[in-house]
Design a protein around this ligand. Structure first.
Ligand SMILES: [Zn+2]
Length: 249
């Protein structure tokens, strides 16, 4: 079930049978010469929407702008500051928890978001802790590439040239879901350099075409399809485990 294509009455009904919701979360940032700017929010959205086709789960709208200050020297990147991002996640959580959702899983598509999502969780729990109350809800962060079996499959598919940004696995997922948006380029060198991530102009000087350690030319739609199918199954298992986690009295 997709929240944005449901009515309030349908969500009220869903809450009678489940208190779990998935929020795909990512970033809108450059992904090298062939990667779509939306790659990091498209991947978790594609996986969550695939999972929803075969299981009674609820997927919230995608939180599609994240921590991308280091990509701002490339056209099209849109970023939030950590403080804005943390505040916005808090309001999403308070909205959903207010309706009765007690298990909120953020399915993340951008490594640069991890620290700030965890900080947002702490901020949100702190509201309850300082008020000497129980929060009444649990938050969970899952990176799509950490879902059971997915990292192993990606390492098998791309033993070399996976890298850490504009990776062939994430590009493959968007190629599978959006074949009309596949782009082509000659990569020189085939595998991009690696290095530290600092400010936007330092990033552009180190990584001139936007890739970090990767060869996105290895991506194929078929490999993306394999990743999506496996990730969707693992996500459903993750949600079942999360919803049945015992809460101490
Ligand atoms: Zn990415």
């Amino acid at each position: 079930m997709l929240l944005h294509l449901s009515t309030w009455a349908e969500i009220a009904q869903y809450l009678q049978r489940s208190r779990v919701v998935v929020v795909p979360i990512g970033s809108n940032e450059q992904h090298g010469p062939t990667g779509l700017l939306g790659t990091d929010w498209l991947c978790p959205e594609i996986i969550a929407h695939e999972a929803e086709k075969n299981a009674d789960i609820l997927v919230a709208p995608t939180f599609n702008i994240g921590m991308a200050q280091h990509h701002l020297a490339f056209a099209g990147t849109i970023s939030l500051r950590p403080s804005t991002f943390i505040a916005a996640i808090g309001d999403w959580v308070r909205s959903l928890a207010g309706h009765g959702f007690t298990r909120i899983l953020f399915l993340n598509g951008h490594g640069g978001n991890i620290a700030s999502i965890e900080a947002a969780f702490s901020e949100t729990y702190a509201d309850a802790s300082f008020a000497r109350q129980r929060a009444g809800f649990a938050l969970k962060l899952c990176n799509w590439w950490d879902l059971e079996g997915v990292g192993e499959l990606a390492r098998t598919q791309f033993p070399e040239g996976h890298g850490s940004h504009a990776t062939p696995s994430e590009i493959a997922i968007t190629q599978w879901a959006l074949p009309d948006s596949i782009k082509h380029a000659d990569f020189a060198p085939p595998i991009a350099p690696s290095g530290p991530i600092r400010d936007a102009f330092d990033f552009r000087a180190r990584f001139p075409d936007g890739r970090v350690g990767s060869d996105p030319g290895l991506a194929t739609p078929a490999k993306g399809g394999e990743l999506v199918k496996l990730a969707a199954q693992s996500l459903v298992r993750e949600l079942v485990a999360f919803s049945s986690e015992p809460v101490p009295a």
